[in-house]
Design a protein around this ligand. Sequence first.
Ligand SMILES: Cc1cc2nc3c(=O)[nH]c(=O)nc-3n(C[C@H](O)[C@H](O)[C@H](O)COP(=O)(O)OP(=O)(O)OC[C@H]3O[C@@H](n4cnc5c(N)ncnc54)[C@H](O)[C@@H]3O)c2cc1C
Length: 451
Amino acid sequence: MTSEVQVEVAIIGAGVAGLALANILEQANISYFVLESYRAIAPPGAASIGLMPNGLRILDQIGVYEKLMEHAVPHDYFEHRDGDDGTLYGVLTAGRHLTTLLGYSSHAIPRQTLLKILYENLPDKSKVRASSRVSKVETSETNAVVTTEDGFQVTCDIVAGVDGVHSAVRREIEAYVGVTPSPDYLASRSACIFGCSNRVAGITGGQFFNSHRKDTGLFILTGKDDRPYWFLFDDFKEPIKYKETPKYTPEYVEALAEKSKDIIITPGVTFSDLYAHRRDVTTVSLEEGIAAVWHAGRMFLAGDACHKMVPNGAMGGNQAIESVASFVNHYRQLRARHPNQPIPLAELNTALESYTDERRRPVTHHVEKSCFLRDALLKRGPNIEGYLQGLSKGNIWDGLYKLAEPMSRAIRLEDWHKKTERTEFYERQAAKMREGLALPSILEEGRGVKG
Ligand SMILES: Cc1cc2nc3c(=O)[nH]c(=O)nc-3n(C[C@H](O)[C@H](O)[C@H](O)COP(=O)(O)OP(=O)(O)OC[C@H]3O[C@@H](n4cnc5c(N)ncnc54)[C@H](O)[C@@H]3O)c2cc1C
């Protein structure tokens, strides 16, 4: 079957980045079409996502924040323990000040809920096509043509490669510029069994737990209705190259669960309690890395396709949302210079280069920080004991500053028509952080505004 659609932006992938981008373009009145390889949009599954203030502000700007909050409780308590003997390393409560500081908290919700809300917010579902795996992208001086495995074609000005870690658009970009990725790119140093469970006594909504342990460590976020979302990490010891990780059989999962059954989460609760109450379970390799080249011709990458991080910082999806917002900020400026005309390739390249420059540094920080947090969970590496022992000694302001400082420099949609009290509050408070004002005084002012 061949069909022809002509739009400004072809979005490849209806994941977090793809559906966020579709919503932004919809509201910016920029035409788009989404191609998704999977047979369903927003499929069910075990995955959850921790939404942080930086991602939430953009989701607020596109008008889905309130709907998301119907499924969320704020996170306000983070316990770190030794997974073997239950020793308490520290309780971090910095997260409970995020709302007073920036107007948004952090929340864990099912990933499907986020995707569903983003999809339902699009007024015209005919612009999203499932069962459409992109197999070819041709890019020229004047346009690009995207072709799916079933021969469906989209002609566009720009191709947004938001097709995840195994990105087909990234392969097209590499072929276009003649680059071979480094052998270390997207190597995995751990696998992760993630799942959600029914309510378990001793764990309530809004609590996070880290059970640090050699070989297998456990990380838990809890959401509405006290639902625990958990992530059990298996240390590979040595990095395994991209696409060379083992197949995860049911026997592998059972053996890892058995090996981890005594991990202490909090007094009176072990991993076996979570596992006994499990609903959905999935196993993945955790690839890590930043692509060498992010754009070529009329193609660019965002999200896991070019900045893939492990989940321990709860930032992969939030950074994916920031990246597509950054692209749109650059693109809207370009478009304003060429109203109703095709955008010259040279200018597009300059804009995409500037997009890449803006995003490469912050995502590198988050890839490295997430990696450190994962290593701390697995008690791996030279500085980890010091970090764990320091958790009880840390000053709350230092903890809050470390958490919120990157958020004070986060991307938002510029000159955006949809303003809320929260988006404006975030910007005012973030500006004070960037100016170096002391956190207690910024919080004090925040308290005054928020009552
Ligand atoms: C266990 C786990 C827990 C996580 N927890 C968090 C968290 O708490 N907070 C957070 O911010 N992030 C978290 N992340 C990371 C987050 O899920 C990802 O960073 C985020 O989903 C990336 O979004 P994306 O749109 O770039 O890619 P994806 O969400 O992977 O979407 C890519 C889409 O493209 C489609 N696709 C692929 N190839 C093609 C093709 N050829 N043609 C058409 N479509 C295609 C795929 O089917 C998919 O729908 C977690 C990740 C994992 C693995």
